[in-house]
Each structure stands twice: as C-alpha cells, then as structure tokens.
Ligand binder design. Structure first.
Ligand SMILES: *[C@@H]1O[C@H](CO)[C@@H](O)[C@H](O)[C@H]1NC(C)=O
Length: 119
C-alpha cells in the first residue's frame, strides 16, 4: 500500500513537471529589411522552450493582416476570431522552431494564447 502511494506520488509529480506554460512559447520578431509594396516585412520565430512537444499552439492574431500570403500549413490565420493556429495538426518538438514572414506597416504582437503539451 505504501509503495503504491509512493508510485502514485511520483507519477503525479512527473506529470506536473510535464505541463508546459504559455511562457515556454517564445515569439520573436525582426524586420527582414525587405520592403513589399512600401511596407516592411517581418520575420517571426516561434520556439517551443518546453521540455515536451506541444501542439495546437494558438497565437493572438487580433487585427492581423499581411500583404504577402502565409502558408496555412505553417500558420492558419482566422481574422474572424482573431486567433491563428500554428502548424495545424503537427507537433512542435522540444526546441522546435516555426518561422514565417508577413508584411504590414506595423508589427503585430502575436502572443501565445493557448497550447497543448504532449509529454
Ligand atoms: C489579443 O490582442 C488584442 C490586441 O492586442 C487584445 O485586445 C486582446 O485582449 C487579446 N486577446 C487575448 C485573448 O489575449
């Protein structure tokens, strides 16, 4: 009985450690220096810093627009909801990087709103 309790404790603890936080998703943006139709191009790099893979990473795309098209398998933009889904249906591994570019007069914050960890 005691051993079972100890095992259960470690299972719970390890699952607790396995959970990713939104802070584990890092979003950085830089200007590429390229000007498209008079507007600057931005390069976005999203990195999964969690020790687990993550999926269904949603970024806040409120008001998001781009003069250049973005591959929907990298980022599916939903202007209606203001949410963008990163690499739909795919896992982003630990230290995995997803990057895309967009062109607009201002930078959008693209903060992560939710994600699912897959440990
Ligand atoms: C998304 O970003 C917009 C504009 O910055 C903000 O007003 C809104 O509260 C954000 N939504 C969420 C769910 O964080």
């Amino acid at each position: 009985m005691k051993i079972l309790t100890i095992i259960l404790f470690f299972v719970l603890v390890s699952e607790g450690y396995g959970k990713c936080l939104l802070n584990d998703i890092s979003v950085t943006q830089t200007r590429t220096g390229v000007i498209v139709k008079g507007k600057p191009e931005w390069s976005v790099t999203v990195t999964n810093k969690c020790s687990c893979a993550q999926t269904n990473v949603i970024l806040n795309c409120s008001g998001f627009q781009s003069l250049e098209s973005i591959d929907p398998s990298v980022l599916t933009v939903s202007t209606n909801t203001g949410f963008c889904l990163l690499t739909p249906g795919q896992l982003i591994n630990k230290d995995g990087i997803v990057s895309f570019k967009y062109t607009w007069g201002n930078q959008f914050s693209l903060n992560p709103i939710s994600s699912q960890s897959s440990c």
